[in-house]
Each structure stands twice: as C-alpha cells, then as structure tokens.
Ligand binder design. Structure first.
Ligand code: FAD
Length: 330
C-alpha cells in the first residue's frame, strides 16, 4: 500500500517543488544494490547539483525525516521491509574528473565527483599516467561511498589519497580538509547530516605502462581469490585486529554454507552471495550464523563491514542465538 507517513509526505511535497531533484515514490531498492535483496524505499531522491543536495538535506532535517545516502550500493543490504525514510542519490552530473591542479612533479591534485565509479576513476588516471589509486581498481563503489567506507585494498585506502572532501549539509555546501575527518579501518566519520559531493585527491605522476601493469596484476589477484560475476557486497565482516575474517570463517567451516538463497562463497569464506532468490532475511540470518560460528571456533566476535538499511543486524536486536562465553575465557 502506498501510504507515506505524515512527515515523509510533508518532505515529499517540499522536495517536489524544488528544481534539480527527481523523486521516485516506493522505489524498489534491490536493483540499486549489488547483492540485490530488500524491499522498497518510501522515496528515492536524485539530486543534480550541490545546491539541490543541500536543499534536500535542509528539508529532510526540518521535517525530521530519516535519510540515507546511496552510492553504487556495493556495501549495503536493504531490509525486506524496505526503508521508511528518504534515500538520497547523486545523479550522473556528479560523475566527473577535473584537473590536474598544481605543478609539483611528485604530487598533483585531481577533483572527482562523488558519483564517479572508483574503478573507472582509477583506470582513467592510470591511463593519464597518474598513480596512487591502484588499490581502488577493483572496488566496485563510487568515490562518495569510498570516502564514507574508507575503502581500501592491497595495503592502500582512501585516507591515503584524499586531501579534502566537499560535502552538502542542510542548507549549505563546503570543503573539509581530510585532516578534519576521522579515518579508521573501513570507516570515515563525516559530520552529521553530511553527504559527500566531490573529493580532492592527491595523485602521483608516474609511468603509464607500469601503473596499468599494476592494475592488471591486482585484478588478476582478485580473480584468483574472489568469486566473479556473482551478486555480493564484497567482504561481509571487517578483519579483526591481527587476523583475517576470511581465514577465521574458513576455519569455522563456513565455506559453501547456505541459508535460503544466500550462500557463503566456496572460494572466499568472507564473501556472501545471492545465489538466485535470496531475501534480506536469508542474508542477515546467514551473517548471524557466520558470526556465531567464528565466535564458537575462535572466540572472536566479527564486526560487519557491510551496512544495513531499514533494519538492525540480528545480533543487535537479540534475535540471533546470542554468543555464550566459551569455557576457559575470563
Ligand atoms: C565484489 C566486491 C568487491 C569489493 N571489494 C572491496 C575492497 O577490496 N575494499 C573495500 O574497501 N570494499 C570493497 N567492496 C565494498 C564496496 O565496494 C566499498 O565499500 C565501496 O566503497 C562502497 O561504495 P558504494 O558507492 O557502493 O557505497 P554504498 O554501498 O552505496 O554505501 C556504503 C555507505 O556509504 C554511504 N555513502 C554512499 N555514498 C555516499 C555519499 N555520497 N555521501 C555520504 N555517504 C555515502 C552510504 O550511506 C553507506 O553508509 C567490495 C564490494 C563488492 C561487491
């Protein structure tokens, strides 16, 4: 039934009157994610300009409607019941690369729109003879999602290359220096109610062929260790300090374990795949099983890398079997 709550309806009326925004009520969200599960969003809003993003955030704040930014959806799982707030997405106008700026032979700056796909930016820069973003050549998210997640691989991460971030907050836009943000493993703490619009990256002029060779080598390594052509959101759990989540999950016997339409990859135990008709309940239930198995086997409580929209993780709402202290642990 298409019934919007009073606050969302009020927000929809105000947003509909604004230029440079497009609204989609009851938008199915599964197709906007790489795992491909979950229900509808009450409203999906795409914004075409920085000012539109700032105005949208002002309206959502005034009407007290919860919202969430969505990039390529490569690190989110949407609840089967959907999302009752507003999903904000940058449209294609935010897919751009500007620069280089600066004449330093060691470092130059590039400004990239937050909707630009990370692998495309990395490859474009490599083709122009700029290195620094090689780690991102196989990360299938957007630049904005990459900042929010501090995406990284092969020893590099966004925090290494981001110099400044342009954000929209309710009613205004502005630049924040990277030093003013808190970067942690697979996480960057942005100001409350902020959406990333663009990013100033520091890249290094280098030998085009060498940089492209490095891309090919990293892509080959991915093909050898991760499942290809499947619906997944990449790593399910973050690596705990001093260990690797995939190793712990494999040791706990999770490879190939299936729940409904969700299955742990036979190739990589920290990858969960939608093998056809998975629901978010299958995915979240399997995640709870994976976490439980590692706790029982190794005494490590894994923390999710993936974000959930419209629900909590089962162990947060106490539905999963609660891990019990293992014998012998203090
Ligand atoms: C096959 C596969 C391989 C992967 N490999 C890696 C890897 O090697 N390393 C790695 O780090 N990740 C990896 N990932 C996970 C994912 O690609 C990254 O986390 C990526 O940075 C997410 O970007 P996104 O645009 O898809 O963000 P989304 O999944 O859309 O969103 C993720 C989070 O970022 C927020 N967000 C998105 N856009 C914005 C914005 N403009 N402003 C503010 N917040 C925003 C969302 O609200 C959400 O909280 C992989 C995923 C897949 C499917």
């Amino acid at each position: 039934m298409d019934v919007l709550s009073g606050a969302v309806l009020q927000a929809v009326l105000a947003l509909s009157a604004e230029p440079d925004m497009r609204l989609w009520r009851r938008a199915p969200l599964a197709p906007f994610t790489t795992i491909g599960v979950g229900g509808r969003g009450a409203v999906l809003v795409t914004v075409a300009t920085p000012e539109a993003a700032a105005r949208a955030l002002a309206i959502l704040t005034e009407t007290r409607v919860p919202w969430a930014a969505l990039g390529a959806g490569s690190n989110v799982v949407v609840a089967d019941s959907g999302y009752t707030g507003v999903i904000l997405k940058l449209d294609d106008a935010f897919q751009y690369v500007e620069g280089p700026f600066g004449s330093d032979r060691l470092d130059v700056d590039i400004v990239v729109g937050a909707a630009a796909p990370l692998p495309r930016v990395a490859t474009f820069l490599a083709d122009q003879g700029y290195g620094g973003l090689e780690f991102a050549c196989g990360v299938p998210g957007t630049v904005g999602g990459g900042v929010a997640m501090n995406a990284g691989a092969h020893g590099g991460c966004m925090a290494d290359v981001v110099k400044a971030v342009e954000v929209a907050v309710p009613g205004e836009t502005g630049w924040l220096s990277a030093e003013d943000l808190e970067w942690r493993y697979r996480r960057c703490t942005l100001p409350r109610e902020a959406m990333v619009l663009s990013v100033r990256l520091s890249v290094t002029p280098g030998d085009r062929e060498q940089i492209l060779t490095q891309h090919r080598m990293l892509q080959r390594r991915r093909r050898q260790t991760q499942p290809r052509g499947v619906r997944t959101f990449g790593s399910v759990f973050a690596n705990p300090p001093g260990d690797v989540a995939g190793r712990l999950l494999e040791a706990a016997g999770m490879k190939g374990v299936r729940r409904g339409g969700a299955q742990v990859s036979n190739m990589h135990a920290n990858f969960l795949t939608n093998v056809g008709d998975a629901t978010a309940a299958d995915v979240l239930g399997l995640m709870a099983m994976m976490r439980e198995a590692v706790w029982r086997r190794s005494g490590v409580l894994l923390e999710p890398e993936v974000r959930v929209l419209g629900a909590e993780f089962p162990w947060e709402r106490g539905e999963a079997e609660r891990p019990v202290p293992r014998a012998g642990r203090g």
